[in-house]
Design a protein around this ligand. Structure first.
Ligand code: PHB
Length: 390
C-alpha cells in the first residue's frame, strides 16, 4: 500500500533536472514540531535551539547548503504523518527532525519506507527508537531520570510515595521505572494517580494524595506549561507546609516554568539531563546566546534540538555530504560530543542517547530559581534497553 502511495506521488510530482541539481547542492532538513496547541512551548524551545545552532555553525556543511523547513503538527500524530509524507515526497528532505512521542511514532513508518535519517529531538518514551531503524535520539528517555531519582529517593529519606503522572506516553513509563528503582531500594508506593494531559486539573489527585499521607510525591507532567500549574496547586493545597516532599524527573521543575514558580519550591529535588545552571563554559555561552536571541531561558527540551543539529552536521561531514539514510545513521552511531548539558553519545547498538543524569535542587541565584546540580550519574543509558545491551 505504502510503496504504491510513494510511487504514485513521485510520479504525479515528477523530479525535473533543475530540481535534481538543486537537491544535490542543498540538504533539506524537515523539522516537525508542535508550534501551536498545548505543547507549543516544546516546539518553540527545540526549534529556537536548532536555529541558533545553524546561525552559529553556518549554513554550509561538507560543501552543501543547509535548509531548515519547520512544520507545525500541533503534537497531533495524524498531522505529523501527513507532514512527514509531504516533506519526504514533495520537498525531498534528506533528514527529518521528529518531535513529541505520539508524533515520532506516527512518522516512523514514513521515514522507514523513505529511508530518511530521522533525529528524534523531543520524544522521551523508550519504545520510540525501536519503531524505525532510521531513528537516532538526541533528547532523553524518562527512564534515564526516573530510575536515578528512584534510587536516590530511597536512600535520602523517602519511604512512602504517591505517584501523580500525566496521561501521556511518557507518564506510565516514568512511573513504572521510578517504582522499580524505588521499591528495589526498600520504598513503598502508596498509590499511582493519573491526570489528563489536556486542561489538567490536579485538584482531585492532590486531594487523594493528601489522604494517603505519603512523605513524598513523585510527579511527571510534560514540560513547558504544566509544571507551573502543578506547582501552584501543590503549594496552595498545603503540601509544602505539611512537609511532603516533591520529587520527579526534571520536567516538574523545567527551566521554562521555574522562573515563574514561588519560593515555596526552594529545595525541590529532581533528576534531569540538563539545567540552564549547568556549570560549563559551553553552557554559559549557550544560555547567554539563547537569551539574547529569544529572550527566553533554554530548557532540557532545547538541547535535543541543538544536539540534533550537531549530530546531523557531524554525520554530513563524515559522509562527505552524502545524504543516504543508511550512511547518515551509520555515521551517527557511536558519535560522542560535548553538549551544553555535558558529555553525550549515541549508543551504537540502540541509536539511543547516553548522557549524564544530574541530581539537582531548586535554589535561588541572582534572584531567580534554578535547578542547581549537586550529584552526577555518568553516561546513563535508557534502562528500558538494558537487557538488549548485554
Ligand atoms: C514526549 O513527547 O515524550 C515528552 C514531551 C515532554 C516531556 C517529556 C516527554 O516533558
Amino acid at each position: 500500500m505504502r510503496s504504491c502511495f510513494f510511487a504514485a506521488v513521485v510520479a504525479a510530482f515528477g523530479v525535473s533536472a533543475t530540481d535534481a541539481a538543486i537537491a544535490q547542492d542543498t540538504v533539506k532538513i524537515g523539522i516537525i514540531m508542535p508550534m501551536t496547541g498545548v505543547l507549543a512551548p516544546l516546539g518553540k524551545q527545540v526549534t529556537a535551539a536548532a536555529k541558533l545552532y545553524v546561525a552559529q555553525h553556518g549554513t554550509t556543511v561538507a560543501g552543501k547548503k543547509i535548509e531548515l523547513i519547520i512544520k507545525d503538527d500541533s503534537g497531533v500524530p495524524d498531522n505529523a504523518r501527513r507532514l512527514a509524507q509531504e516533506l519526504v515526497v514533495n520537498d525531498q528532505v534528506s533528514v527529518i527532525g521528529a518531535g513529541v512521542a505520539p508524533s515520532a511514532l506516527a512518522v516512523a513508518p514514513i521515514v522507514t519506507q523513505g529511508k530518511v535519517a530521522t533525529v528524534v529531538m523531543i520524544a522521551g518514551t523508550s519504545i520510540v527508537i525501536g519503531r524505525s531503524p532510521y531513528f537516532v535520539r538526541t533528547s532523553f528517555t524518562l527512564g534515564q531520570s526516573s530510575s536515578i531519582i528512584g534510587e536516590w529517593a530511597a536512600k535520602n529519606g523517602s519511604s512512602k510515595v504517591v505517584i501523580i503522572h500525566s496521561d501521556y506516553p511518557a507518564g506510565p513509563e516514568a512511573s513504572a521505572v521510578f517504582t522499580a528503582a524505588f521499591t528495589k531500594g526498600g520504598g513503598q508506593i502508596a498509590e499511582t494517580l493519573k491526570v489528563p494531559v489536556s486542561n489538567p486539573d490536579f485538584a482531585p489527585a492532590l486531594e487523594r494524595a493528601r489522604d494517603l499521607k505519603p512523605d513524598t510525591l513523585f510527579v511527571f507532567v510534560p514540560a513547558s506549561g504544566q509544571a507551573g500549574a502543578f506547582a501552584k496547586q501543590f503549594v496552595e493545597r498545603g503540601f509544602v507546609k505539611a512537609g511532603i516532599k516533591l520529587i520527579g524527573p526534571g520536567d516538574i521543575t523545567d527551566d521554562d516554568d521555574l522562573p515563574a514558580m514561588s519560593d515555596a519550591m526552594l529545595g525541590v529535588v529532581t533528576a534531569g539531563n540538563y539545567s540552564a545552571d549547568h556549570q560549563s563554559a559551553m553552557n554559559t555561552k549557550y544560555v547567554e546566546d539563547f537569551k539574547k536571541a529569544y529572550n527566553l531561558r533554554p530548557n532540557f527540551i532545547s538541547v535535543g534540538g541543538w544536539d540534533g543539529m550537531h549530530a546531523i552536521y557531524e554525520a554530513l561531514e563524515k559522509t562527505g555530504g552524502r545524504t543516504d539514510g543508511d550512511l547518515l545513521i551509520e555515521a551517527m552511531k557511536g558519535m560522542s560530543w560535548e553538549s551544553p548539558r555535558g558529555p553525550i553519545s549515541i549508543d551504537p547498538q540502540t541509536r539511543e542517547i547516553v548522557q549524564n543524569i544530574y541530581i539537582r535542587k531548586v535554589e535561588k541565584k541572582n534572584g531567580e530559581l534554578y535547578n542547581v546540580e549537586f550529584a552526577t550519574f555518568e553516561a546513563v543509558k535508557d534502562p528500558g534497553k538494558a537487557s538488549e545491551q548485554k
